[in-house]
Design a protein around this ligand. Structure first.
Ligand SMILES: CC(C)(COP(=O)(O)OP(=O)(O)OC[C@H]1O[C@@H](n2cnc3c(N)ncnc32)[C@H](O)[C@@H]1OP(=O)(O)O)[C@@H](O)C(=O)NCCC(=O)NCCS
Length: 136
């Protein structure tokens, strides 16, 4: 039985392992630092999925007053394709809607196009935009 709840500090090791298992950790991101930053900004939007006391899923949701964003969506590889990802995104959407967020944006790495179909199944569509970024 999946329980979805806000992240707690004692989850850190399991969450970072989950992100490694899901290939979400890349050289330019420090996962422990990303967690610390999120805990300073809308920490209630950082959700984990738990089965039998084990962290099996995560998602970070945030709203900046115009758009809601999702990051670090992950489901343990051995538990994928069992609707856990859908439940995590639905929980994140509920959280963003409750803050009055009118639209969600998300970015998919160019090397991870297989996840496009997942988001389409959840009602997301491809926006005709170019995503740009600048490190601060
Ligand atoms: C993306 C991810 C979170 C999906 O989680 P999941 O628990 O396997 O997804 P679900 O079982 O909830 O699937 C929901 C729907 O998407 C479909 N789906 C999921 N993964 C899919 C895939 N790779 N290709 C096609 N369809 C897919 C399911 O069949 C299901 O469709 P249905 O509801 O019509 O039956 C998971 O694959 C993952 O952790 N991937 C690695 C990390 C990652 O890429 N994160 C996203 C970064 S942008």
């Amino acid at each position: 039985m999946l329980t979805i709840r806000p992240y707690r500090p004692e989850d850190e090791e399991q969450v970072i392992q989950l992100w490694h298992d899901c290939c979400l950790v890349v050289p330019q991101n420090n996962p422990a630092r990303d967690i610390q930053l999120k805990l300073q900004m809308q920490p209630e939007g950082f959700l984990v999925g738990v089965i039998d006391s084990q962290i099996v899923a995560s998602v970070m949701a945030g709203y900046e007053g115009h758009r809601g964003w999702l990051n670090y969506l992950a489901v343990s590889p051995t538990l994928q394709r069992q609707s856990i990802g859908r439940q995590m995104v639905e929980a994140a959407i509920a959280h963003l809607e409750q803050m009055g967020c009118p639209k969600i944006n998300l970015q998919i790495r160019a090397s991870n196009t297989k996840v496009i179909e997942f988001y389409k199944r959840l009602g997301f569509t491809i926006d005709e935009v170019i995503s740009m970024g600048k490190r601060l």
